[in-house]
Design a protein around this ligand. Structure first.
Ligand code: BES
Ligand code: ZN
Length: 622
């Protein structure tokens, strides 16, 4: 699949060693260089970027970002080139400070990786300036047209290179300044110091003074307003949702304080939230200083704010201490789910966070079973994504198996000591990369007592399949009560009117709906909907669980609600199970009919998955 000359065939990160190879520093450097990121063409040991000066202009008509990316670089001895990642970019010219316009070279194109952009440099080269344009179909970008134009980027994992030539590897960090021109009346926002008002000049300037990896580069352009929440927190959204958003996320400031209480000072200055159009393919994205989020978490009752806790937690796990490669993705996401749970516990109490943990276990168990059937190696915490799309790693393994691994450590070692360990871990590795092997080393040296590595089955957790037998179990009385209710109700022992539905919070309702037995009758679903009007719930998690059951058990009165939901919402986590459910219950035609209407409004992240799922062959764009 890789074009010849791709990174897997000719890349040797250990070619050059620095200084005295015996010194402790040299060893540390050498160890860091061992990390080979198969998903980038960059050769940071030869030359790497340290700062970006980006000038760009956003054109909705041509769906193009055109601009110049001027990088300051740091070279190894005798470096003769610097290599960038680009994908479907039109490179117009490359200029260096010492060479003027230089002749660059684009290598072969790989389906996921795009192309290497080779730029010749000399010992005098300090900056390289790349003028370019993005393609209208650039995968990171979603352009919303019409009365309320909106553009947003989604760079993780390796899509930054579709809108910015960059060394697109999580181990390479740089600071940036930017100047972005946008159409009249729209605001531009980035993962940086942001404006709070629309300005007259249509040009916005940005500064990110802390070094970040390219996957955290982000841009959004739209008609948005800002509302402060606390001193350091606030929310941006379009005028139609700004009030609801300001209400929904009032607790953001408490979350930030609790997070700092747990694992140390917040390093990024402000923490704001941007509510994106519903086409955003994810729940949230932890862009530094400005989390991007789906509007589907606005439930009206602040019940889906765990997502904010999650993205906020990434300000430590991920943004401060960053996975070295996508094979180490669990170091980002597993730590973040653990931290998210701790924030939820601190803000809402253990009863709520244990309900969330139960749901996390439920999805983990199901997904482990599913993956064990097809590719057991994908249940290892340490992944094997070479020659694959790193998107394949986005399963419950990195997230929930990662979470339960850390929870196991907490329970065996004790919370006080474990918290101290994590706090120190974030402090000592701030603005650095971490790979699984170095983490295991650090764990052995700083947390585990003699024999604990074996006793706690750490090797098995990280490099083995499935769930080790010391996986913690979660106790939630409220969830246990729901499970009893599900059984009694499905057997006809409990009447629909006797369900505590109206007293239940979202976690309980979600549990109820996802636990219905296969034998549930269409008539029972009808009764449920008549009693509690689930079709009209404002909680999209509950709605999603409900629609999945309705599709599975042919409850036709919910089909138009399903269609409307699938057309309005582009969040992949909801789309995949719903379309799959249709497909698996003989309603493939229905799935395709809806998909044909909805597809144009989805982001590429979602259409890539849905095309494959539904065997849909898109018409070639000319
Ligand atoms: N960083 C991820 C999103 C991501 C991961 C995008 C990998 C592309 C590649 C983000 O923090 C995340 O995990 N989002 C979750 C929500 C969270 C509450 C589990 C999502 O979008 O579903
Ligand atoms: Zn995450």
């Amino acid at each position: 699949m890789l074009a010849c000359g791709g990174p897997s065939s000719d890349k040797d990160p250990n070619k050059r060693t620095e200084g005295d190879p015996g010194s402790a520093k040299a060893q540390k450097v050498a160890q860091m260089k061992m990390v080979n990121d198969y998903h980038s063409y960059a050769r940071p040991n030869e030359a790497k970027v340290t700062h970006l000066n980006w000038k760009a202009s956003v054109d909705f008509e041509s769906r193009e970002i055109t601009g110049t990316a001027t990088y300051s670089i740091k070279k190894g001895e005798n470096a003769e080139r610097i290599v960038f990642d680009v994908r479907e970019l039109r490179i117009d010219s490359v200029v260096t400070n010492d060479g003027g316009a230089v002749s660059f070279e684009l290598g072969p194109d790989d389906e996921f990786l795009g192309q290497p952009l080779n730029i010749p440099i000399t010992s005098e080269t300090e900056t390289v300036s790349i003028s370019y344009a993005s393609a209208p179909g650039a995968e990171a970008l979603l352009w919303v047209e019409g009365e309320n134009p909106f553009l947003f980027t989604q760079s993780q994992a390796i899509l930054a290179r579709t809108w910015l030539p960059c060394q697109d590897s999580p181990g390479i960090r740089f600071t940036y300044h930017a100047e972005v021109s946008v159409p009249q009346g729209l605001m531009a926002l980035m993962s940086a110091e942001n404006p709070q008002k629309v300005n007259e000049s249509n040009t916005y300037t940005f500064k990110m003074e802390q070094p970040i990896p390219s996957y955290l580069m982000a841009l959004a352009v739209g008609n948005v307003e800002f509302r402060p929440i606390g001193e350091r927190t606030g929310v941006y959204a379009t005028p139609d949702v700004i009030e609801a958003a300001a209400y929904e996320f009032q607790e953001m400031d408490d979350m930030l304080k609790e997070a700092e209480e747990l694992y140390g000072t917040y390093a990024w200055g402000r923490y704001d939230l941007l509510i994106l159009p519903a086409a955003f393919p994810f729940g949230g994205m932890e862009n530094p200083r400005l989390t991007f989020a789906t509007p589907t978490i606005i439930a009206g009752d602040r019940s889906l704010t765990a997502l904010v806790a999650h993205e906020l937690a990434h300000s430590w796990s991920g943004n401060l201490v960053t996975n070295a490669t996508w094979d180490d993705f669990w170091l980002n996401e597993g730590f973040t789910v653990y931290f998210e749970q701790r924030i939820m516990e601190a803000v809402y109490g253990r009863e709520i966070s244990e309900m969330l943990a139960t749901l996390s276990y439920q999805s983990l168990e199901r997904e482990v079973e599913e993956i064990m059937d097809t590719n057991p190696d994908d249940t290892h915490l340490k992944l094997h994504l070479r020659d694959r799309n790193p998107d394949d790693g986005m399963t419950a393994i990195a997230y929930d198996k990662g979470y339960f691994f850390l929870r196991m450590l907490e329970e065996k070692i004790g919370r006080v000591e474990f918290d101290q360990f994590l706090k120190t871990y974030f402090q000592t590795h701030a603005f650095e990369v971490m790979d699984t092997e170095r983490f295991v080393d650090y764990l052995k040296k700083n947390l585990l007592a003699e024999g604990q590595f074996e006793a706690l089955k750490i090797e098995e957790w990280i490099y083995g399949p499935g769930l080790p037998e010391n996986t913690p179990s979660v106790q939630s009385e409220r969830i246990a009560a729901v499970d009893l209710a599900v059984n009694a109700w499905s057997n006809g022992e409990l009447a629909t009117a006797e369900l505590a539905w109206n007293d239940w919070v979202y976690q309980e309702r979600y549990r109820f709906l996802t636990r219905l037995p296969a034998t549930v009758k269409t008539a029972q679903l009808a009764e449920l909907n008549e009693a509690y009007d689930i079709n009209s719930t404002g909680n999209n998690e509950v709605l999603f669980a409900w629609l999945q059951q309705a599709i599975r058990h042919d409850y036709e009165p919910a089909f138009s609600r399903a269609e409307q939901f699938l057309i309005e919402v582009g969040r992949r986590k909801f789309l995949t199970p719903l379309y799959r459910e249709m497909k698996e219950t003989g309603k493939e035609e229905m799935a395709l009919n809806i998909y044909r209407k909805a597809r144009a409004d989805y982001h590429a992240v979602s259409t890539n998955t849905m095309d494959a799922l539904l065997g849909y062959i898109p018409e070639k764009e000319s």
